[in-house]
Ligand binder design. Structure first.
Ligand code: SF4
Length: 727
């Protein structure tokens, strides 16, 4: 089936219904022809799509600008030797050169010397094909992706507790009818504004919102209760809240006995975290710890001991009495004990009996567009399609059968992202990067750039000459969202068809064509390049796995309620999909959820006299991830043109910084310099920098490569730093 078979489904009105190129909300949008725009298209919200209901944030509304060929790479680029400049070449020349260098590397250093680094924004078809290309064509174990920086801690924690990792195991719309929401380390108001409507509705329906964040963000402003812990101390805060539930007999003994295992060990750990001890570690007043615990348990506001709740009911417009959710995001996950911190929050949800029933549960708010799907089908170092473990003999047999190769020819697990990048230039001698810009987005980015520069060969697939592509020996200019059909899975596990709206610019090909061209030159002709055909194979490869897509097809996704998608698991063509998981049983072999006994370890890098403050990083409304796309959109750049350092007036006074001063933030890795933004919306011992920019303001020049041992998640949120005026 051709690439454009799922192009314009409403050609009579010249409207294509598709999805935003950016975050995991995957807002439905309608693209219309607009000759006045450089891209030839104009975006508007798709009213009937059930997630965003017509709303787009300013990134989505301006997304067509990144399609403009004038701002794109229009032909492959080649650097003939290390001291040469990149120069335009033909596709054949670029593919021949890349294949020859990959072959030479494998011949000289072994197959394990070639690696792949993918991205959480890639479609399923691309992510799956990268995994297959690594294992079948290159026969290397070394493939991982930037999703490791985004979701890995929550994924690992969910697998430990529930046996399954699906970001939200319920539709986002359920939030509006949930009694109490505990939102940890997420600033939805800036990162995915259309999602905020569900939280606003929840409060209008009588629900309560608790936000945990070191900063008083626009999301935290909406909360009934805002806790501002020291970055990196979330596990202690969660344990302290559980301590209160136990001490005040607010745990759900019946649920714990009926549907969980392992509570006694967790109870013993929680008893060590009385609220005053939590206050000393986390900086959250003991009274607020108690108030939050009582509120989450549904025992009143917690502040006045009224024992009551706001008026609410079981009608379609109210919240459901006694229900609750805990939702986490990068703030709690990007820590040196990220998986443990998430499990500490899950323990709290389980102990309160707020899981495994409607309007209750734990969910992780995925960041990147296909952050969920990108970690399900083989792009991770330890994984085969269907969320199967690469070490599982039965999984290897099944997937090898689909791929038509012997199971024992498949490599074993490779290295997680930070380790993979660190071994570039030593064990890894050649690397193919697709859909990622690690020179900006990886922790300790200057080190990463030095490792990439030390490679014998670097090839990058990208839409523009990103900071990473600028280091490459070969750059392949590739298609993007509206120029190609592809599938994505949003933060709710909803599998979506992203339809093609326009033909790609001349000189640009799909990443799938790059892999096909390389495979042919590397002795594996016939590598699939058509998205619908690849998805059909992916569905077969996923059959029987945790993330079972075998009942899905392009035709079915296209037809599903006019493109609303279907939630996995969906194991047969007549299966309706699974919007809500765990209502009868969790995903563990015996169907019971697991408490995971976790403690709190001090951050590996505690402040010292030389580095007395903490740096935490994150996103702003008008930019997205490494900024490779959004920094090229005029209105977004006008709104947020560069990096900044947010600091509290007390800290600013202590270090002699005035508003707008150039501030140098220095850690043991390096420095970043950006203008000061002084306000009291942040703890006075912590500074914040957004991470979207390269150059002097690159926040990841300061962050550290230390990773969570369970998940490989880097500890982006906890670097000890010095802050001073840049002279
Ligand atoms: Fe796009 Fe996310 Fe904005 Fe929706 S919220 S328009 S998916 S960037």
């Amino acid at each position: 089936m051709g690439m454009d078979a799922f192009a314009d489904t409403t050609a009579a009105t010249a409207v294509t219904r598709t999805h935003c190129p950016y975050c995991a909300l995957q807002c439905g949008m309608e693209l219309r022809a607009d000759p006045a725009d450089g891209s030839g298209l104009r975006a508007a919200g798709w009213e009937a799509f059930p997630v965003n209901k017509g709303a787009l944030c300013q990134k989505g509304a301006t997304a067509t600008e990144v399609l403009n060929p004038a701002a794109r790479l229009g032909s492959p680029l080649l650097r003939r030797h290390r001291d040469a400049e990149l120069e335009p070449v033909t596709w054949d020349e670029a593919l021949d050169f890349a294949a020859a260098r990959i072959s030479a590397t494998a011949a000289a250093h072994g197959r394990d010397a070639v690696g792949i680094f993918g991205g959480g924004g890639l479609t399923h078809e691309k992510a799956y094909s990268l995994g297959k290309f690594a294992r079948v064509v290159l026969q290397t174990p070394h493939i991982d992706y930037n999703g490791r920086f985004c979701m890995s801690a929550a994924a690992a924690a969910s697998q430990r507790a529930f046996g399954v990792d699906r970001g939200l195991p319920f539709p986002l719309a359920d939030v509006a009818h949930t009694d109490v929401i505990l939102l940890v380390g997420s600033n939805l108001a800036d990162t995915m504004p259309p999602a905020l409507r569900y939280f606003t509705a929840q409060r209008e329906n009588g629900g309560r919102l608790i936000v945990v964040d070191p900063r008083r963000t626009r999301t935290a402003e909406q909360a009934d209760l805002h806790l501002q812990p020291v970055p990196g101390t979330d596990a202690a805060l969660a344990a302290g809240m559980l301590h209160v539930l136990i001490a005040e007999h607010l745990i759900d003994e019946e649920f714990i006995a009926a549907r969980t295992d392992g509570f006694e060990e967790v109870r013993a750990e929680a008893l060590r975290w009385w609220p005053e001890r939590v206050e000393a570690v986390c900086g959250v007043p003991a009274g607020d710890v108690r108030a939050a615990a009582r509120m989450f348990a549904g025992a009143g506001t917690g502040t006045g001991g009224d024992g009551g709740t706001k008026a609410r009911g079981d009608s379609g417009t109210g919240t459901r009495a006694g229900t609750g959710m805990i939702l986490t995001a990068r703030g709690t996950e990007q820590q040196a004990d990220g998986a443990d911190a998430v499990n500490a929050w899950i323990n709290l949800a389980l102990a309160a009996g707020k899981a495994g029933r409607p309007y209750c549960g734990y969910g992780a708010i995925t960041g990147q567009g296909n952050g969920q799907g990108g970690r399900e089908h083989g792009q991770k170092a330890d994984q085969l399609p269907g969320y199967r473990k690469i070490t599982d003999p039965a999984a290897r047999e099944h997937v090898a059968g689909v791929w038509g190769v012997p199971a024992d020819s498949l490599p074993g697990p490779g290295r997680p992202a930070v380790e993979l990048l660190a071994s570039c230039g030593t064990d890894i001698r050649a690397l193919l990067v697709a859909g990622s810009n690690p020179v900006v987005s990886a922790p300790d980015a200057a080190f990463v750039a030095s490792r990439l520069a030390a490679l014998d060969f670097l090839a990058v697939c990208d839409v523009v000459l990103s900071e990473t592509a600028a280091l490459a020996d070969v750059v392949f200019p590739v298609t993007q969202w509206a120029e190609e059909a592809g599938t994505m899975t949003n933060l709710e596990g909803r599998v979506l068809l992203r339809r093609q709206a326009v033909a790609p610019p001349e000189g640009v090909r799909s990443d799938l064509d790059v892999l096909g061209g390389l495979a042919e030159r590397l002795g594996s002709p016939g590598f699939l390049t058509e998205p619908a055909v690849i998805f059909a194979e992916l569905a077969r490869a996923s059959a029987g796995g945790v993330a079972d897509y075998s009942g899905l097809s392009y035709e079915r996704l296209d037809a599903s309620s006019e493109g609303e998608g279907l939630h996995w698991p969906c194991p047969t063509p007549d299966h309706p999909g699974t919007p809500r998981m765990f209502l009868d049983a969790f995903g563990t072999p015996d169907g019971r959820a697991r408490f995971v006994a976790v403690g709190h370890e001090p951050a590996v890098e505690e402040p010292t006299a030389e580095f007395p403050y903490r740096l935490t990083t994150g996103r702003v409304l008008a930019q997205y991830q490494s900024g490779a796309q959004t920094r090229r959109v005029r209105s977004l750049n006008a709104a947020e043109p560069g990096s900044f350092v947010q600091l509290h007036p007390d800290l600013a006074a202590a270090v002699g910084v005035a508003e707008g001063d150039a501030v140098r933030v220095t850690s043991r890795r390096g420095s970043a310099v950006a203008p000061a933004r002084i306000n009291d919306l942040i703890r006075s011992d912590t500074v914040f920098m957004p991470f979207h920019w390269a150059g002097a303001g690159r926040a990841n020049s300061v962050t550290r490569r230390t990773t969570d041992p369970v998940s490989g998640m880097p500890a982006f949120k906890t670097a000890a730093v010095r802050v001073e005026v840049a002279r």
